[in-house]
Ligand binder design. Structure first.
Ligand SMILES: [Zn+2]
Length: 403
């Protein structure tokens, strides 16, 4: 398992999205270090979700310094930044040229935003001294904040009891990982809100209040996507808590706990479906190769699928307006991101396919990439409803230009 995938799969509560924190509502709270409080929360949430109330895992609270020590307790090679994944993201403009390694970037994101996390039964020993385990990070916040975060993690423990979580880290592409994360974190966000409101005597009834909660998170996320001070990691990592949250609330309100179990058993085909709120109204078609004829001196290193949300973030980084970037991302039909190596130099090719009838979108995306002063040095070529985005470390596109 790639460390970056394990890190991405950490089931967290985000300090960004603590709905009750700082508000004047008298939400339920208790001292989460006390056993009675832990039991009360676990039993209450489990009964609310139709689960076994006697499965509470151990709960610990640690300081931020201990969290950092535990996060960094991995091989130093991960921090070097000379891995092909980090280099290819820099080439494409997802990561700043001067950024550290992808893993370092991810650790910084976790240190900034993680408020609590859950280690499932099958989690490795890294940052999980025992499993299962709920860890709440003491960031000096109020009892109410800590209660909120613990409720979120309790939902993860219940999810594992009900459905198992082992599949969550098994996503084989970035796109799949984002789908699975959107289900898990969207579901946890939903029940965290639902239970906290219910136990505090303010049950959420009706879509209007849900819409309000979703709209706040969506606005935050879309604003952040247009703000270069937020890292790529943060934008990918917070998608499940905003758009995934909306998606799961939709499923639960429409089809109840049965519909929820169905989605868990059979996740949507791509993160695009999370953005649409349902399967897209056209067939998906992932290109089998990122480039039909890379120059012969380049060898294949790895391939991945990024999905529609990565495309949206990419377009926002290119200064495409939010409305247009969203519309273009919703026309995504598939992609293939492949990294090649020529000796010590790498090249990244991202072939994005839009649904048939989107030739104009493919052409528009190519011209956004090729615009002078673009954040990426990549070159793009439209071919029908496909666009090829190519970037090489040696700066030469000789032999790549097939159109
Ligand atoms: Zn979570």
């Amino acid at each position: 398992m790639l460390l970056r995938r394990v890190l991405l799969s950490l089931l967290c509560a985000l300090a960004l999205f603590c709905a009750g924190c700082g508000e004047e509502y008298p939400y339920f709270s208790c001292d989460i270090r006390v056993e009675e409080c832990q039991d009360e929360i676990y039993t209450g949430v489990a009964e609310f979700m139709g689960a076994d109330p006697d499965m509470r895992p151990p709960i610990r609270t640690i300081g931020l310094d201990q969290f950092e020590r535990e996060l960094r307790d991995v091989d130093e090679e991960y921090f070097a930044g000379d891995d092909a994944w980090t280099r290819s993201l820099k080439l494409m403009g997802f990561l700043e040229e001067e950024a550290d390694s992808f893993v370092e970037d991810l650790i910084q994101d976790r240190l900034t935003y993680s408020a609590a996390y859950y280690c499932g039964v099958e989690s490795g020993p890294w940052i999980c001294p025992v499993t299962p385990l709920i860890t709440v990070i003491d960031r000096g916040g109020s009892t109410q904040e800590a209660t909120w975060y613990l409720v979120h993690e309790v939902v993860h423990a219940i999810q594992e009891d009900q459905f198992g979580l082992s599949g969550i880290v098994d996503g084989t592409t970035e796109d799949e990982l984002l789908i699975l994360h959107s289900i898990v974190e969207g579901d946890a966000s939903h029940f965290e809100e639902a239970w906290m409101h219910a136990v505090s005597g303010m049950p959420i009834d009706g879509r209007a209040r849900w819409d309000e909660l979703h709209a706040n998170r969506r606005r935050w996320l879309l604003d952040a996507a247009g703000d270069s001070t937020f890292s790529f990691q943060t934008l990918v990592g917070s998608f499940p808590y905003a758009i995934g949250f909306e998606f799961m609330t939709g499923v639960i309100l429409d089809a109840g706990l049965e519909g929820r179990a169905a989605v868990w058993g059979s996740p949507p085909s791509s993160s695009l479906a999370i953005m649409w709120g349902h399967e897209p109204p056209y067939a998906l078609s992932n290109p089998e190769v990122a480039h039909p004829a890379p120059p012969p001196e380049y060898e294949f290193v790895f391939e991945d699928r990024m999905g529609a949300w990565y495309l949206f973030v990419f377009l926002r980084r290119l200064d495409v307006s939010e409305d247009i970037a969203w519309k273009q991302a919703l026309a995504w039909a598939g992609d293939n991101f492949t990294v090649y190596r020529d000796g010590t130099s790498i090249a990244a090719t991202w072939r994005i396919r839009f649904h048939s009838g989107s030739r104009d979108i493919a052409a528009a995306v190519a011209s956004s990439v090729n615009r002078p002063n673009s954040v990426t040095d990549a070159a793009a070529f439209a071919d029908g409803s496909d666009v090829y985005i190519i970037a090489t470390e040696n700066g030469s596109l000789e032999g790549w230009d097939v159109f």
